[in-house]
Write a protein that binds this ligand. Sequence first.
Ligand SMILES: [Zn+2]
Ligand SMILES: [Zn+2]
Ligand SMILES: [Zn+2]
Length: 594
Amino acid sequence: MNTSFRSGIFSLDLDVLKKHPVLDQLVRLFAQLQSSKMAFIDSTPFIKALELDNGVQQDSHEFLTLFLSLLEQSLSHSKVPGTREIVQHLFRGSVSHVTRCSSCGKDSAASSKSEDFYELELNIKGFNNLEESLDDYFSEEGLVGENQYFCESCQKRVDATRCIKLRSLPPVVNFQLKRYVFLPKTTTKKKISSSFSFPGQLDMGKRLSNPTSSYTYELAAILIHKGTAANSGHYVAHIKDESNGQWWEFDDETVSKLGLHPFGENLGKTSNKDDRKPQGISIEGSVTNNNNGHQEAASSSSPGEMFSSTDAYMLMYKCTNKDGNATESNKIMEFNNSLLPHHFLDEINEQNASCMKSCEEYQSKKGSHLAYITERRQEVKSILIEAPANPEDNSYFWISTDWLRQWADNITPPLSIDNGPIQCEHGKVPVSKLTSMKRLSAAAWQKLFSKYGGGPTLSGDDFCMVCLKDGAKNAVSADVYRDRKESFKNLAEAALAGSCSDSPSYFISKAWLTHWLRRKNAGILSDADNGPTSALRCRHGYLLPEHAPGAKRVSVPESLWLFLYQTISEKVDDVVTFPSDCQPCKICSQELEQ
Ligand SMILES: [Zn+2]
Ligand SMILES: [Zn+2]
Ligand SMILES: [Zn+2]
């Protein structure tokens, strides 16, 4: 928690906030985080102001770089003294790239040039801890052989050394750990998931090109990237409250207290002072794993403490020296950091009041709702216990299984009993719907019916005899049809073979009859079936000439025609009869001849 940064942001004038929505939303976000009573703060308005697509995973390192430069740019418009350069004052340090001639010992002209940095990108591949990575970062590289350097003083190509020199340090140093290495072969990025250690306290003064002892930094925040893929995964932040040393984990809307350790306190361990390790000594050999991919080394905060993680992606260290001019953060410290900007105070108080109100409402609703649920459960239980009907006793009642299920499963029961779906058209209980209903004992039915009403009441005596008889009749007539069809099949085959000599005879479509014969279950007509003569009928309603397309016909004996007519006319309204002595349509015949 960077209170200097926060208080600087809080002191911005309304004018600059109006013109820069990102700053405005950042103030709101900080104000809410500081004073809201809600469990978590929705960052959507802030994300919107940044014009980020939150469906796309952002790399935290790229995000920080872009965000800081955006802030720097927006803040430059501020009229409040000291706020214009908060970002630079807090996060900006400088380095120079020094090339030194090995012959004359002089530095190149460019070596004195300072370059700003807002973070230091450290290699971690092959290194175990922060000190090793920093050694690597500031190490000397030899320029020899083909890489020799042209020295202006010596006026020739010479051996030289090149290194990065740390010129100045910001109050807050961000270390970007290069957990992702680019694999040229597959052009993909791979995550290095080896364990990496970093200290609770870090001396950066010795790294300066003019070493000094007054730069002691303390670990303030850790950004953790969970997941194995380079382009996806999940970010979690562990942040220290600098006012009391408490660590907190920020995992989306879940914020949890970690205690005095960045990776949580090991509760099973005694925090006896004698257990602490001597200051300044790395104690990686005695780490205990807290099963979270992280290891902690000691039970309480101490300067020599080391932490390690397989997922840490960014480390934030804050300078802790209080001796006057050492850090520029003091310039910003003059802002009253506990005071919220007055223009947001009302807004937040209002939010808090409405939050408290809905919490109270929720609590009271929760109480009455729980009581209601208990009551409902008891009701369902008491009726279902009595529900089974004695099979020998005829005084049972039918109930729709659907309705009973809805009544038993839902917290809010259906309004009234609905036995409609299990009734037949005669208002009784048909055999065909036995699977959709359940028997209820008279006692259970009375309880349900007196409470819910509806109906109709269908007792054990309410079987529908009409439906039962109809069902039987249909079954019988289907049998008769099957028998008759067998005998007509022979006639149909003879007709198709052209051997119908009966009189009178009738024309039907040859294609239709062929199809009818092939049908496995001729009793069932498809909806697409227009009957045996529809293909023979012209648009004037007469018989089509036989040479018209699709109008091939056969003569069938009267008995077969009547059988077909009877079956088809149940489904098709206007079946036309063409006796075999009828004449084809005159108009159609003429048209066809032309
Ligand atoms: Zn030289
Ligand atoms: Zn019926
Ligand atoms: Zn016609």
